[in-house]
Design a protein around this ligand. Structure first.
Ligand code: C5P
Length: 207
């Protein structure tokens, strides 16, 4: 089997849930690249740093990601921070941090050290980080559908989550274009398991 499968898409498009399930079905690990950006955003928040100051702080950070089929564990300077990465506060901060080229290079270096095979999800995995991947997917869904899916995770009102998704779509636009050779799947009308099946069928068909 080919070693790297990329699943990109905007926030709350379901890419992490799909990547997890596809990886489990294939018996290989999955990696959620957004967690690394989130860990840097968390460091920024904890240190009260403006995002513009983040690049010069990077040499002080050691970031590790341990992938498994079921979950990713992320360590920042030796401390496990996995459970602190999905707050609305980190959501609000992360795009401004991820925009800096030095931050992107730092995260990409951590990702490229992970030995394949794996399924990786993010914004630019197929286009920029793993252009050599042999299977690339890009998931989309309307902002309203994505907000409904994300509400239970955030424990916030629909309007709050929708506004955050629209804001992040705009902020992430530059780093979010699909790879030219990605298969684009609109998941608005699909259940999670249907998306997983569509990805697995496409993988089987291209063997
Ligand atoms: O995928 P997730 O929503 O966890 O990503 C969090 C944030 O990290 C995104 O909103 C985006 O700003 C950034 N990100 C990125 N490139 C990636 C993955 C995530 O810029 N490959």
């Amino acid at each position: 089997m080919c070693g790297i499968i990329t699943i990109d898409g905007p926030s709350a498009s379901g890419k992490t849930s799909v990547a997890q399930r596809v990886a489990r079905r294939l018996g290989i690990p999955y990696i959620s690249s957004g967690l690394l950006y989130r860990a840097i955003a968390l460091a920024c928040l904890r240190e009260n740093l403006p995002p513009e100051a983040i690049e010069e702080r990077l040499p002080h950070y050691r970031l590790e990601l341990y992938p498994t089929q079921g979950e990713n564990r992320v360590y920042l300077n030796g401390e496990e921070v996995s459970s602190a990465l999905h707050s609305l506060e980190v959501d609000r901060w992360v795009s401004a941090v991820a925009r800096h080229p030095g931050v992107r290079a730092f995260v990409n270096q951590v990702l490229r050290q992970i030995p394949p095979p794996f399924v990786v999800d993010g914004r630019d995995m197929g286009r920029a980080v793993f252009p050599e991947a042999c299977h690339k997917f890009y998931l989309t869904a309307s902002p309203e559908v994505r907000a409904r899916r994300r509400m239970p995770e955030r424990g916030a009102a629909f309007e709050t989550v929708l506004a955050e998704i629209n804001r992040r779509d705009e902020a992430d636009r530059q780093q979010s274009a699909p790879a030219p050779d990605a298969i684009v799947l609109d998941t608005s009308a699909l259940e999670l398991e249907e998306v997983v099946e569509a990805v697995l069928q496409s993988l089987a068909a291209s063997k």
